[in-house]
Write a protein that binds this ligand. Structure first.
Ligand SMILES: *[C@@H]1O[C@H](CO)[C@@H](O)[C@H](O)[C@H]1NC(C)=O
Ligand SMILES: *[C@@H]1O[C@H](CO)[C@@H](O)[C@H](O)[C@H]1NC(C)=O
Ligand SMILES: *[C@@H]1O[C@H](CO)[C@@H](O)[C@H](O)[C@H]1NC(C)=O
Ligand SMILES: *[C@@H]1O[C@H](CO)[C@@H](O)[C@H](O)[C@H]1NC(C)=O
Ligand SMILES: *[C@@H]1O[C@H](CO)[C@@H](O)[C@H](O)[C@H]1NC(C)=O
Ligand SMILES: *[C@@H]1O[C@H](CO)[C@@H](O)[C@H](O)[C@H]1NC(C)=O
Ligand SMILES: *[C@@H]1O[C@H](CO)[C@@H](O)[C@H](O)[C@H]1NC(C)=O
Ligand SMILES: *[C@@H]1O[C@H](CO)[C@@H](O)[C@H](O)[C@H]1NC(C)=O
Ligand SMILES: *[C@@H]1O[C@H](CO)[C@@H](O)[C@H](O)[C@H]1NC(C)=O
Ligand SMILES: *[C@@H]1O[C@H](CO)[C@@H](O)[C@H](O)[C@H]1NC(C)=O
Ligand SMILES: *[C@@H]1O[C@H](CO)[C@@H](O)[C@H](O)[C@H]1NC(C)=O
Length: 414
């Protein structure tokens, strides 16, 4: 396996043409019967197969050049990551989760006796992860667990199985491929174990070992930034993935914790449903992250969508004001995403982000963030995670415009 992966990546680095819509039928370049298939051709076929397996979660790969697909090119190499505004997507892998997807996987989820539920409760995005990348999203919240047979690591949101075929490893190859096409960009992947999948799902040693293997494969060693417990400059992070570890390896020997690069956001110190978490991610240096993850507003029972949106907006804006005015050299990570499914009527992620029609004339959190962000020109806000990030259309471009690159000393050369 390792040898095949290395051949694939070596060939990959030499790929010249910006072609490959890998979901499309493959047109073989040689006439039938010609057996001189070069190794680079086989590598392309192998990568095409992996990306096709990944497509239900990553999206159908296509190389798109746009100003937003390379927005980091304009920023100087010595820009500190903690000084940047980085847009992210919460539960990024749920973008195609619909009733049709749910039903297409009934034969799988049925094996674990998972009962039916409203797919809208678990869907947080509408556009594929490759579209997110091209639109400028750089931080991805990814939720993994074993499939129903405890065999492969796949993506879930609660009991919502996103795909049976797209494994964590397959999807990583989508990110690797995209970085080859966009070497000026720095990506940040947050991995978190998803609980409440199958009735027996558990973050056991098997899960932890398989995640470790995916994150330390020969390909991962090449594409993940190999530093631990510190966040540096954009120049160091370009063309790489910075791993955001929202998981522990407590079922494995200590080696598995120390051998994994990235930033550790200990789940025990990530206070549940908190508007204001202070999390030390490196106890030797005291490096600290300030986090808002108030995902379920603690409104009185049976509150309206309007009230739930207002409470969430309040927490998000308070944290963003804190990011703009305090701790200039620390990491800020704020979630604008939320839900209140225990409310009656239930408030879905879409209602929180986008409102509920005439019941919420001012829209949802996303619409209401626009006037707030217009007052934040020139401010560092840090990482901001969105649901349904493309709505309203001006939201993401506005966020990306708040902090223009310093002077004219762009990275260039990419
Ligand atoms: C393989 O076949 C093609 C088309 O006939 C030819 O152009 C190419 O040189 C051959 N490659 C090798 C390595 O023999
Ligand atoms: C999205 O879901 C629909 C319905 O299940 C499915 O037909 C389609 O192939 C999915 N898209 C991708 C890229 O997998
Ligand atoms: C702007 O320049 C300052 C001083 O060199 C640097 O600390 C900061 O990281 C830069 N910020 C951006 C967003 O480029
Ligand atoms: C699913 O339900 C059936 C019938 O109640 C039961 O026999 C089976 O053991 C259950 N399977 C699991 C994985 O819980
Ligand atoms: C999966 O693993 C869990 C323990 O981690 C076990 O309880 C469960 O029975 C296993 N399920 C299957 C289908 O193997
Ligand atoms: C803490 O940061 C220092 C300096 O960057 C680094 O050498 C060390 O490995 C980090 N410790 C942990 C536990 O990440
Ligand atoms: C949680 O935070 C406390 C206090 O900062 C620290 O002592 C402890 O090591 C942290 N736990 C983990 C698992 O990082
Ligand atoms: C919430 O709504 C349910 C269903 O309409 C009702 O039974 C319950 O009494 C309500 N709770 C409160 C605190 O109003
Ligand atoms: C609004 O945010 C402030 C500051 O975080 C908090 O003290 C207050 O309780 C919040 N109000 C509501 C209704 O959420
Ligand atoms: C978050 O907590 C810190 C420390 O307790 C406090 O100084 C700060 O005002 C709080 N921020 C918000 C937005 O509540
Ligand atoms: C959203 O609107 C629909 C249709 O008007 C309504 O049935 C539902 O209760 C609303 N949900 C919330 C949380 O306001």
């Amino acid at each position: 396996m390792a040898a095949v992966t290395l051949v694939t990546l070596t060939a990959l680095a030499t790929l010249a043409e910006p072609v490959v819509a890998f979901g499309a039928p493959y047109h073989h370049p040689y006439p039938a019967g010609n057996s001189n298939c070069s190794s680079s051709d086989l590598a392309q076929l192998a990568l095409g197969k992996v990306l096709s397996d990944a497509a239900p979660v990553f999206g159908i790969y296509a190389d798109v050049e746009s100003s937003t697909s390379t927005w980091m090119r304009e920023y100087a190499d010595d820009t500190l990551i903690v000084h940047m505004n980085l847009p992210g997507t919460h539960d990024a892998d749920t973008w195609n989760y619909s009733l049709a997807t749910q039903q297409s996987l009934d034969h799988v989820t049925g094996l674990a006796n998972i009962t039916e539920f409203d797919p809208a409760a678990y869907r947080c995005q509408d556009l594929s992860m490759v579209s997110m990348l091209d639109d400028g999203i750089r931080v991805f919240d990814l939720r993994y667990a074993f499939d129903v047979t405890n065999t492969t690591l796949v993506f879930w949101h609660g009991p919502g199985l996103v795909s049976e075929t797209a494994t964590v490893d397959d999807v990583l190859f989508g990110f690797y491929r995209w970085l080859d096409d966009h070497p000026s960009e720095a990506l940040f992947l947050s991995f978190q174990y998803e609980g409440s999948t199958t009735p027996y799902g558990s973050n056991d040693a098997g899960v932890q070992l398989q995640l470790f293997n995916a994150l330390t494969s020969p390909a991962a060693r090449q594409y993940f930034l190999q530093t631990t417990g510190s966040i540096g400059t954009l120049g160091e992070a370009r063309g790489k993935i910075t791993l955001l570890k929202r998981f522990g390896n407590d079922m494995l020997p200590a080696y598995y914790t120390t051998a994994l690069p990235g930033i550790h956001f200990s789940p025990t110190n990530w206070t549940d449903n908190s508007p204001n978490i202070t999390l030390v991610y490196n106890s030797s240096t005291g490096a600290t992250a300030y986090i808002e993850d108030y995902y379920q507003p603690l409104t009185p029972a049976n509150s309206t969508a309007e009230e739930n949106i207002q409470w969430k907006l309040n927490a998000t804006e308070a944290h963003l004001r804190m990011a703009a005015t305090t701790h200039p050299n620390d990491l800020f990570w704020s979630f604008a995403s939320s839900t209140n499914l225990v409310n009656n009527p239930p408030v879905t992620p879409a209602i929180q982000a986008l409102g509920n029609g005439s019941l919420t004339p001012n829209g949802g959190v996303n619409q209401r963030l626009v006037p707030f962000l217009e007052g934040m020109k020139g401010k560092r806000l840090g990482i901001v995670m969105l649901d349904f990030y493309e709505q309203p259309a001006g939201l993401l471009p506005l966020f990306l415009s708040l902090l223009p690159p310093n002077g004219s000393s762009g990275g260039g050369g990419y």
